[in-house]
Design a protein around this ligand. Structure first.
Ligand SMILES: Nc1ncnc2c1ncn2[C@@H]1O[C@H](COP(=O)(O)OP(=O)(O)O)[C@@H](O)[C@H]1O
Ligand SMILES: O=C(O)[C@@H](O)C(=O)COP(=O)(O)O
Length: 424
């Protein structure tokens, strides 16, 4: 039996909410999991799984590759037995990448010739069938993701999307094969490999298929996926004697202090969550990106507004807006600048709120969470209990600060209140 104190899984996540999502999946199944922010200088912490949270989803492809390789080298130095490149369950990527280039660079670095690509996360309605990604009942290209501010997804055919980003031929492992089990799936891998395919989109329409894929990938050095495939990995590792499930893996300390929500996601789910909060008459302050572009000090204004109310209850500061409004702003100031202005402002607001006593903070949006966590100087997160699928509470290591980093399209309509009630 292998030494169960060794690092088993090294995960490279392309954004911060995605990192807590996959970490949550592992912790729920009893794997001791640590999330680090960026590639640390020191050694890999002792854990079953370590997740490196990068902010590499929307940066130029070369930069995403360089950052992902640095994360890989650090995890390799920690002795990880398997590696996992975690991207979004809606396959978010810019026209230039970054999923294909990063996956191929990681395969090269690991001297490996094959891996899968599977963003499915059935618990959250993301399924892949015949290579096409569905969000609930809609094709990806018909879903709200077609209007994402940074990574609009207008093609649901993942083989085509990934092929456009990759040097080598992209293949498909169909549902019919996955449904026959791990051995049949591995036989299909072998067939594709023989044809020179290095990346194969894998269908998965439910948790059973995700478990089959995890089992079929057990001997691959690299898996690339959303968080769904990670669902099946803890059982694979436990069966090999590499890990022992830890019932305390999600325990976090209780923290007092004030509570707040900062939202920079413009996804459909977040829009509904912000509307729900406002409709309930709860305190909310809106950030207008056009006013930011005019140089108005909105972060200071938001903090002056929030400070006197924090003792009475949680506040929300949000830039969240409907697609038509986002488009107007982007047409006026440019996509990148609009995103940057809002992220900088919300990061300053979050840091100011923490200075003013906030110790329980919900952040909505992947890029937004990246900016906030960096502004807070957080280096490492402990992962706690799941609030809604894919979103756990976390604790900034060594600090009385709880953070829930919510992916744009995750969580029920009452997510903000539900999250805060869990740590009241
Ligand atoms: N009103 C707005 N107009 C334009 N861009 C916005 C607005 N509000 C937020 N943004 C930007 O949109 C992007 C949303 O991305 P992100 O935070 O990753 O959310 P999600 O998780 O929904 O993808 C961020 O760069 C954010 O700064
Ligand atoms: O896999 C997912 O959907 C999430 O973990 C994720 O990465 C979402 O990204 P954002 O919507 O940008 O938060």
């Amino acid at each position: 039996m292998a030494d169960p104190s060794c690092l088993v899984l090294g995960v490279i996540a392309d954004d911060f909410t995605g990192a807590t999502d996959v970490a949550s999946m592992l912790v729920r199944a009893g794997m001791r999991t640590v999330q680090v922010i960026g590639v640390p200088e020191g050694p890999v912490p002792e854990a079953d799984a370590v997740v490196v949270a990068l902010k590499s989803r929307t940066v130029p492809a070369q930069q995403a590759v360089a950052e992902s390789l640095a994360a890989l080298r650090w995890l390799q130095a920690g002795g990880a037995r398997q590696f996992y490149f975690k991207y979004c369950s809606t396959f978010d990527s810019t026209a230039q990448g970054n999923i294909g280039p990063v996956a191929e660079a990681l395969l090269d670095a690991l001297d490996s010739d094959f891996t899968i690509a599977c963003p499915a996360f059935s618990e959250n309605g993301r399924t892949v069938f015949r290579g096409h990604l569905f969000v609930g009942d809609e094709l990806l290209s018909d879903s709200g993701m077609r209007n994402h501010p940074l990574t609009p997804m207008r093609d649901a055919n993942l083989v085509r999307v990934l092929q456009a980003q990759s040097r080598s031929p992209v293949g498909l492992v169909r549902h019919d094969t996955v449904a026959q089990g791990a051995a049949a799936t591995q036989a299909r891998f072998a067939q594709l490999r023989a044809q020179g395919v290095r990346l194969a989109v894998a269908d998965a329409i439910d948790d059973a298929a995700l478990r089959t894929l995890a089992a079929a990938c057990a001997d691959l050095p690299l898996i690339t996926a959303g968080s769904g495939v990670a669902l099946g990995l803890p059982a694979v590792y436990a069966a090999r004697g590499w890990t022992r499930p830890d019932a305390q893996a999600t325990a976090l300390p209780r923290v007092g202090g004030a509570a707040a929500v900062v939202s920079g996601s413009c996804s459909s789910a977040t829009n509904a969550q912000v509307q729900h909060w406002i409709a309930a008459g709860r305190a909310a302050f809106q950030i207008d990106p056009m006013a930011l572009a005019d140089g108005q000090p909105l972060a200071r204004q938001a903090l002056d507004w929030a400070a006197p109310q924090l003792a009475r209850g949680p506040v929300l500061v949000y830039a969240t807006a409907q697609p038509e409004r986002v488009k107007q702003v982007q047409d006026a100031v440019g996509v990148e600048r609009a995103g940057q202005l809002v992220e900088e402002c919300l990061a300053r607001v979050a840091a100011g709120l923490v200075e003013r006593g906030v110790q329980r903070l919900v952040v909505a949006g992947g890029e937004t969470s990246g900016a906030v966590v960096q502004a807070l100087g957080v280096r490492q997160l402990r992962i706690g209990a799941t609030i809604d699928p894919g979103v756990p509470w976390t604790q900034a290591e060594g600090r009385p600060l709880l953070l829930a980093l919510k992916s744009g399209n995750f969580g029920g309509t009452d997510f903000f209140s539900k999250a805060l009630a869990q740590v009241d």
